[in-house]
Ligand binder design. Structure first.
Ligand SMILES: Nc1ncnc2c1ncn2[C@@H]1O[C@H](COP(=O)(O)OP(=O)(O)OP(=O)(O)O)[C@@H](O)[C@H]1O
Ligand SMILES: [Mg+2]
Length: 227
């Protein structure tokens, strides 16, 4: 693929779940490296489904989806694993492991890649410092507020220095101020070069933190503009 090709390329992308439900019905869209993209649209519009396809959680039914030079329709499991090493994923419910310390939660993606503890500690400390939680390394998630837990999830998503962060309603459970701070962190990462795609219903963020807005409606592209 040529160097100037988009980081994520979709052409007539379609996803039909085994239930028969068509979540995306012909999406053509390019996302270039370095963009900060909001995915908006009504509940059921297809935002989570699109993010899921971008990390190989579900395979496209037809059309083309190319993510970081990977054809997501034909990629084998080892290629998908490799892609995920360069992808940070953040969910609304953050999915932290409550039986593990903040350190272990953030270290997890690197442990999976075989990093040894001596090498892990400075890296985990660095990303937790970045999100303002260096002093909580040995806390358990239940001792943190919702916003702090979400910042741990951001730290975990950024540990392996991903090219792309996919965030599915990362501010969904947070108050307006905390949500704004979470997006501050994502935007700061974006300024350092990470492409960020974030599904959200928090439309006020589009004004306070402008970016590219991709609007989905019933599985189709309803618009793409800058806020
Ligand atoms: N695993 C699944 N199996 C079958 N249908 C699904 C599955 N996941 C989602 N859907 C359906 O696909 C459509 C798109 O769902 P999706 O979760 O992508 O929407 P969304 O835009 O993320 O909505 P929300 O804003 O509520 O999170 C919906 O009609 C949904 O019911
Ligand atoms: Mg969703």
């Amino acid at each position: 693929m040529p160097a100037d090709s988009p980081l994520i390329h979709m052409q007539q992308l379609m996803l039909r779940y085994p239930t028969g439900k068509i979540a995306l019905s012909g999406l053509t869209l390019d996302i270039t490296q370095g963009q900060f993209v909001y995915l908006v649209g009504e509940s059921g519009a297809g935002k989570s489904s699109l993010l899921r396809m971008c990390y190989g959680g579900v395979r496209p039914t037809s059309g083309a989806l190319n993510v970081q030079n990977t054809d997501m329709r034909s990629a084998n499991p080892s290629r998908i694993r490799q892609l995920r090493r360069h992808t940070g994923i953040i969910f609304q419910d953050h999915r932290l492991l409550f039986s593990r310390t903040v350190f272990e939660n953030v270290a997890l993606p690197l442990r999976v890649q075989g990093w040894k503890t001596e090498r892990l500690i400075p890296r985990v400390r660095k990303v937790l410092t970045y999100v303002g939680l260096a002093d909580r390394l040995w806390s358990y998630p239940e001792a943190l507020s919702g916003g702090e837990q979400q910042r741990v999830a951001i730290a975990r998503a950024m540990t392996s220095n991903p090219a792309v962060i996919l965030a599915d309603e990362p501010t969904g459970n947070l108050d307006v101020d905390t949500a704004s701070r979470v997006v501050d962190y994502l935007m700061a990462l974006n300024r350092l070069g990470t492409t960020v795609i974030m599904a959200t219903h928090d439309l006020h963020l589009l004004e306070s933190h402008p970016g590219r807005v991709v609007q989905l409606h019933a599985g189709l592209l309803a618009g793409s503009a800058y806020s």
